[in-house]
Design a protein around this ligand. Sequence first.
Ligand SMILES: C[S@@+](CC[C@H](N)C(=O)[O-])C[C@H]1O[C@@H](n2cnc3c(N)ncnc32)[C@H](O)[C@@H]1O
Length: 261
Amino acid sequence: MGKYGDRLFVSTEAERQRLASLELAYDQGSFDTLSQVAIKTHWHCLELGAGAGSVARWLAAQVPDGMVTATDIDTRFLGDLQAENVRVRRHDLVTEEFPEATFDLIHARLLLSHLPERANILRKLFRWLKPGGVLVVEGMCWYPVNATENDVYRTGMNAYDKATATLVGTDSSFMQRLPALLGELGYVDVGVDLHGHVVQGGTPVADMWRRTVAMSRERAIEAGLATHADFDAFEELMHDPTFFGHGPVMAGTWGYRPEQV
Ligand SMILES: C[S@@+](CC[C@H](N)C(=O)[O-])C[C@H]1O[C@@H](n2cnc3c(N)ncnc32)[C@H](O)[C@@H]1O
């Protein structure tokens, strides 16, 4: 198995556009979820796998007396992140560390589901939080996809899902298990905020899924998960304003490092 960015999610202009479409479709929900943890203006925040940087930018505005460290294994799309209180750092979450008790808030969107080392990572993040600090992990729950009565939609979405599982080690059921895992690891006051999305052809959410599924096309066809005709039909569906499907639910799950450890 490869890892994120090797054979899928390769860092190209198409990936930059996909990340931009992701931000357009999902940023407001992330800002609503993050607002639930009552961010203080002096906090030091860590934005992991910052992608094209919209959440790091938003966090920087919430902490004018604090700072944001924005990391990614590939920082090329973070070049225009300009705020005095933002530090961009190339950092691999799987292999690298931060000092114990550094951050008040750690946030990661659409990252941990893609990293097979996710349980160990949650242990590291616990250590990097200050006592009383909070971890917020956002990711997709896949179950609504299979409840949608449209074969073209389900085939396209599931070809992408299986391709990422095989080639990257993505686990699209991880978010459902995350609250229990946080509890086992010692996080407290675990909570979740669920955001449902309609995938209507022609909308920003459909545009994001059109780009995301298309990215897996070559590999999924090679692996026999779907055909060229399946991918063409999915592409068309994502432009069709008469199509309405249930998109994956975005779960924003949080847990706190206890004050006393
Ligand atoms: C699906 S994108 C999400 C980007 C951003 N969090 C968002 O939601 O807009 C995942 C991001 O995680 C980064 N990434 C993947 N593996 C990583 C790792 N091991 N350490 C740090 N970042 C990683 C990728 O380069 C990519 O920018």
